[in-house]
Design a protein around this ligand. Structure first.
Ligand code: PA5
Length: 462
């Protein structure tokens, strides 16, 4: 993987770029950042995941084989960090129409991730699967998340109707080792259960059983995934920003934020990586969007992530990125080698002025469009950078996961905030418990009902 930061700099893009003085000033803090990254390794147990899971991976791979043998469908129920990694793995590595392939080509169960509680969405899934032939992976680290628990309850009752008491094999749980309702259920009923290790927060959990069971069911090469993560770990544990791309990314983004460049656009030029951009969006937003810093001072920091897709969004968002405000960094993800080479054939009719396309590859077209857009954005003086993946596949996906995790953690240190908590998310979870009538949340429910009293002058009913 290659990461080119040149277009972040004043010397390349002009007045709105980052200056050498800014780099020299902030890079003086790198020793402290590095010390903190080392001191907090316990809180960052996700850094050890590519190295310390031999036994668990063996078990997960065996489960993957069992699932693919016994079931037609595999469904992940989870939300946020308990779902987005599986989605990124699925589309980043597998055939883009995987579920529509015949079983012998897929080599395993159809794969679905349900990370919402839209009744139509849930119902649509149950309309197309036979629950008897479906394995459900219920993932919630806290073990309490209402969206995931309600999906689980719906599936359970359907399984009971279809299978009587023989539904245990259709359910796998992943949760905390001791906390939460799901763990209690696991203890009481003896479902097959995996653990989210301590020090592995939801959005950093893709390389533990949260994402690995999906990988195994999808026959993804977990060794290659880990090889990518390890290669990135090696590059991203060095102290110098000049040798450590995650520190460089974090440092330049933090300078950008201090200059009110408050939007981070992730724009992969590959359909399969759009879910990677979605995974990044959660990681970056939930980790860095914080009201207070480590000293308890109000800082209201963070950068709003936006997912865009090359080339599709060249025909929608790029107008804004080139000519709009200087408030964004665009990170292009470029793929050197796709799984397919597709050539535009000579057509049976005269294509007139479009004939120049004949004989050229779509691969060259997408690469040219990436370069052309990068050029336009750079000419417009807008900050951007380019990550180049040599080849789509498990190793590259492992590299991307680990790179962004390290960069996010380092950015948290540059900003002096806690990148591993999510009080804003918890507040929403508590409010939902209250509105859904959970015992112990009565006071919050009253507070919420009061907040619903609106000034009707500003409400329009049409
Ligand atoms: O990163 C996080 O901590 C969150 O996005 C969680 O993953 C998300 O809220 C789901 O939580 P849980 O896994 O506890 O159900």
């Amino acid at each position: 993987m290659k990461i080119d930061f040149n277009n972040m700099l004043e010397k390349t893009i002009g007045g709105h770029g980052i200056t050498e003085t800014e780099i020299n000033t902030i890079s003086q803090r790198i020793t402290k950042v590095h010390e903190q990254m080392n001191a907090k390794k316990g809180q960052m147990a996700w850094r050890a995941l590519p190295y310390n899971q031999d036994e668990i991976v063996k078990d997960i791979v065996a489960q993957g084989k069992r699932i693919n043998k016994e079931f037609d469908n595999f469904v992940v129920f989870g939300i946020g960090g308990s779902a987005l990694g599986s989605k990124a793995l699925f589309t980043g590595i597998k055939h883009l129409k995987y579920n529509e392939l015949p079983k012998e080509k897929r080599g395993g169960a159809r794969f679905y991730v349900v990370d919402n509680v839209d009744p139509d969405g849930i119902n649509a899934l149950f309309d197309i699967i036979d629950v008897k032939k479906t394995c459900f992976h219920i993932i919630t680290k806290s073990g309490n998340t209402v969206e995931t628990m309600s999906q689980f309850m719906i599936a359970l009752s359907m399984l009971k109707d279809a299978l009587g008491d023989n539904f245990k094999d259709n359910i796998i749980l992943t949760t905390d080792k001791e906390k939460g309702i799901l763990k209690k259920i696991s203890n009481q009923y003896g479902f097959k259960t995996y653990t989210v290790p301590d020090g592995v927060g939801g959005r950093f959990s893709v390389l533990c059983p949260v994402g690995l069971l999906s990988a195994a069911v999808l026959n993804i090469d977990i060794d290659a995934l880990f090889a990518g993560a390890k290669a990135m770990d090696e590059a991203c544990t060095k102290e110098s920003v000049w040798e450590n791309p995650a520190y460089m990314y974090a440092m330049l983004m933090c300078i950008a934020m201090s200059n009110q460049v408050n939007i981070s656009v992730m724009m992969p030029y590959a359909d399969g990586l759009l879910n990677m951009a979605e995974w990044y969006a959660q990681l970056w937003a939930e980790s860095l969007g914080k009201r207070v810093n480590n000293d308890g001072k109000d800082v209201y920091c963070g950068q709003t992530p936006v997912r865009a897709l090359g080339v599709t969004d060249q025909h929608s968002q790029i107008q804004l990125y080139t000519e709009g405000p200087f408030d964004k960094v665009v990170t292009f993800i470029d793929v050197e080698q796709f799984n397919t080479t597709l050539t535009v054939p000579k057509t049976p009719i005269d294509m007139l002025d479009a004939t120049y396309i004949e004989g050229q590859t779509i691969n060259k077209l997408i690469a040219s469009e990436m370069r052309a857009t990068e050029y336009a954005v750079t000419q417009a003086g807008k900050m951007n950078m380019r990550i180049t993946i040599d080849k789509m596949g498990a190793k590259a996906i492992g590299e991307l996961f680990f790179f962004f995790e390290m960069a996010t953690a380092a950015a948290g240190e540059f900003l002096s905030i806690d990148a591993f908590d999510q009080p804003g998310v918890e507040a929403g979870k508590i409010a939902t418990f209250a509105l859904m009538g959970r015992e112990g949340y009565e006071k919050k429910a009253k507070e919420l009902n009061k907040a619903d009293e609106k000034d009707q002058d500003f409400v329009f009913q049409v």
